[in-house]
Design a protein around this ligand. Structure first.
Ligand code: CO
Length: 137
């Protein structure tokens, strides 16, 4: 089985990042930690911290982005739950072994010095699962 350390962040698909930043920062009062573009996922992300968990807002930068497809099919909303692991390569190999259908053969660079991979949502109650290893602490 996988060894998950904690929930790292929740990913929320949004169509207007700047407007959503204003809501999360100024109305929900969450600690805004900045915007980062993640070319490997074709998204712009905004990170917020609440306790020791983050919320990641995701806006597509291309119609080919998985987030653009999510917005098209399902509109805005919860996109994924990300869990921290110590060793993403070991977790990916284990996930493959367990039939959890990782969406890529290799981990990919994520926001904030991480390596990430995703598991097919049909395996996990139709919620996309992300595994995250922090490569710089
Ligand atoms: Co994420």
């Amino acid at each position: 089985m996988l060894q998950l350390k904690k929930i790292d962040h929740l990913g929320v698909a949004v169509s207007d990042l700047n407007q959503s930043i204003a809501t999360y920062r100024d109305k929900l009062g969450m600690e805004f930690q900045g915007v980062e573009e993640v070319p490997s996922q074709m998204v712009r992300t905004a990170f917020f911290q609440v306790g020791d968990v983050h919320v990641e807002l995701l806006e597509p930068t291309s119609p080919e982005s998985p987030i653009a497809k999510h917005l098209e099919k399902r509109g805005e909303g919860l996109h994924h739950i990300a869990y921290e692991v110590d060793d993403i390569r070991a977790a990916l190999a284990e996930a493959k072994e367990l039939g959890l259908q990782p969406l890529s053969e290799e981990p990919r660079p994520g926001a904030h010095n991480t390596l990430v991979c995703f598991l097919h949502p049909k395996m996990t109650g139709k919620v996309l699962t992300e595994l995250v290893e922090h490569t710089a602490k």
